[in-house]
Design a protein around this ligand. Structure first.
Ligand code: NAD
Length: 553
């Protein structure tokens, strides 16, 4: 039975044994589509996260997708173009049920202004990474990544512990909302600034944020007390980061770690310029785009100026994947790229082994299914320190949103083995229902983004988007249930291409075959991509795991 959704009452959380589609594979994708709206930021407008990342082009497209998923046979494939269903064709039972191409604009035209115009005409929509691909699981989707970044910094700078350390960040939206909980789980005192009081209250309501301070003085006093007592805490503050960061710097306070996760990538629908109220910004989004872009960029210049100032005074400062340095550089901040990107600075050795954000969703809607899989992960990987530590922390600290789900960074072979073991649990009736698997698009072979994922690759291949395209074709050939190619929308237009995949473990032999091929080949491609760029860790992985890498010359 669907469960009530207190956050968005019009969007009940799917679950239960009753199928509305003609098979579990189709039903699973339908539930995932419902779920991204259940846990989304503005479901009434189909917006899931990252300012404009949408689940479908419009409500008519959404209704047509739901109809198709309910009516389609297992030997058909549904084609989705930028959030609109355009074809339901006969393929075969081992073909993907859904293939999608979202927001891919040819090179010279791939600019924010062109995107906004195409969107205004109703011809395109941006799927973010996981919104349009129906893979978003709420703020949990990035939480382990954020936690691992903090822990890598702890190891690099603070003898392995963030107890008594102050993290300053901004953005409490769909993804940024993971920061207060990740910071607290890492043992730090974290201050999160957001201009929108509703977002701060929302994160507090779902248990990701502990306190909302009434003003900056109180917030800093709360942080100071926690730092002194080496007590982990998360404090929200309503304000504009372009004002608050410089003010903290002006007071001579230097946080230990500084980052930002406002929607700085989108100067119109995401970032809020200083001095403007939310209502004023909203009213300018349709008719005053040029004015908003200029104002947002000017604010980002000050925002990043303060981040550089903190860096100069010894803070560990990093870009957490929102294009804020790029926007600042275009606004004239020549040294914006003195701030490193998190992927290169902390996580690349993991990606070079194709260890990345893998995730699973209990389609039954039962939290007990995730608890059983948590146990399974601990049984299967007792020596994997990153994943055992994470699962133990997550089951204690991470509240569920929407369909119960878990994320854990696993690599080549590990993902396949886990998914096959879960498929057996489904077959044996040990779980209440099937389980869907996907991963973030920010994964080894799956993303080209020269200012985030592939910045400063060893061989200079940062901007080459062949890899996510190869990944999508490989996944389609490897029987995945849903395969998608996304490119950037809004301010990300022209900056990125990524590939996403979803698989359904329904307990059948056919599912085992799909999971085995698709998950294995997906991570194999990830390792090959990094080997091709010259990363030693990838060659080790190829040798240790017998990955079919072709060498030339
Ligand atoms: P969102 O649009 O849901 O939330 C953005 C938040 O920023 C909102 O709450 C908004 O009120 C706040 N904000 C905007 N301007 C502000 C300002 N000047 N001062 C203070 N607060 C301000 O977006 P999201 O889903 O949380 O994503 C945030 C950014 O992170 C996006 O650019 C997204 O692309 C990026 N992202 C990075 C990763 C990663 O792996 N590192 C993953 C997902 C998203």
């Amino acid at each position: 039975m669907p469960r009530p959704n207190p956050r968005h009452p019009n969007f009940p959380i799917p679950g239960g044994p009753v199928l509305r589609a003609k098979g579990w594979r189709q039903e699973a994708l339908l539930r995932l589509l419902e779920n991204v709206l259940c846990v989304g930021e503005d479901p009434e407008n189909l917006v899931v996260y990252a300012a404009l990342g949408k689940a479908a082009r419009n409500w008519a497209s959404h209704r047509a997708i739901v109809r198709a998923l309910r009516e389609m046979e297992e030997d058909q494939t549904l084609l989705i173009q930028s959030g609109k269903p355009v074809g339901l064709l006969t393929t075969h039972t081992k073909a993907p049920l859904v293939i999608m191409a979202n927001c891919n604009i040819v090179g010279q035209w791939a600019k924010a202004e062109v995107f906004y115009e195409l969107q205004r005409k109703g011809l395109i929509c941006w799927g973010g990474l996981t919104a349009g691909a129906w893979q978003y699981i709420g703020s949990q989707g990035v939480i382990q990544g954020t936690y691992e970044i903090f822990m890598r910094i702890a190891e690099k700078r603070f003898s392995g512990s963030l107890a008594g350390r102050f993290i300053l960040t901004a953005g409490l939206g769909g993804m940024g909302g993971a920061q207060p909980l990740a910071g607290r789980m890492a043992g730090a005192a974290i201050l999160c600034v957001d201009i929108d009081p509703e977002r701060a209250e929302k994160r507090k309501g779902i248990g990701y944020l502990e306190h909302v301070a009434p003003d900056l003085d109180t917030a800093l006093a709360m942080i100071e007390a926690a730092v002194k007592e080496k007590r982990a805490t998360s404090i929200g503050l309503v304000g504009n980061a372009a004002e608050i960061y410089p003010e903290i710097a002006r007071r001579g306070i230097v946080p230990d770690i500084v980052t930002d996760q406002t929607s700085a990538h989108d100067l119109v629908y995401g970032y809020v310029p200083k001095g403007m109220g939310l209502a004023e910004v909203k009213s300018l989004r349709e008719d005053g785009q040029g004015q908003l872009m200029a104002a947002s960029r000017a604010s980002i210049v000050e925002h990043v100026g303060a981040m550089l100032d903190f860096q100069k005074r010894g803070a560990e400062v990093f870009d957490n994947g929102n294009l804020i340095r790029t926007q600042a550089r275009e606004g004239g901040v020549k040294n914006a790229f003195d701030i490193p990107i998190f992927t290169e600075a902390y996580l690349r050795p993991l990606f070079a082994r194709a260890i990345g954000p893998f995730r699973w969703m209990a389609l039954s809607g039962e939290e007990s299914d995730i608890a059983r899989i948590d146990e399974l992960v601990l049984e299967m990987y007792p020596d994997n320190r990153i994943v055992t530590n994470w699962i133990r922390l997550a089951r204690e600290n991470v509240p569920f949103e929407g369909l119960p789900a878990r994320i854990a960074w696993l690599g080549h072979g590990e993902r396949t083995a886990l998914a096959l073991a879960v498929n057996r649990l489904v077959a044996d009736g040990e779980l209440q229902g099937p389980v869907a698997f996907s991963r973030d698009h920010l994964d080894a072979g799956a993303m080209a983004h020269p200012n985030i994922m592939t910045e400063r690759m060893k061989d200079g291949s940062d901007a080459i988007a062949d890899w996510p395209l190869l990944d999508a074709m490989l996944l389609s050939s490897s029987m995945a249930d849903l395969v998608v190619v996304h490119s950037g929308g809004g301010g990300y237009a022209g900056y990125m291409t990524s590939c996403g995949v979803t698989l359904v473990a329904d307990g059948t032999d056919a599912a085992a075959e799909r999971l085995g091929h698709a998950l294995t080949n997906d991570t194999a491609l990830g390792v090959i991509r990094y080997a091709d760029a010259g990363y030693e860790e990838s060659f080790d992985e190829i040798a240790a795991k017998g990955i079919g890498h072709v060498t030339v010359g």
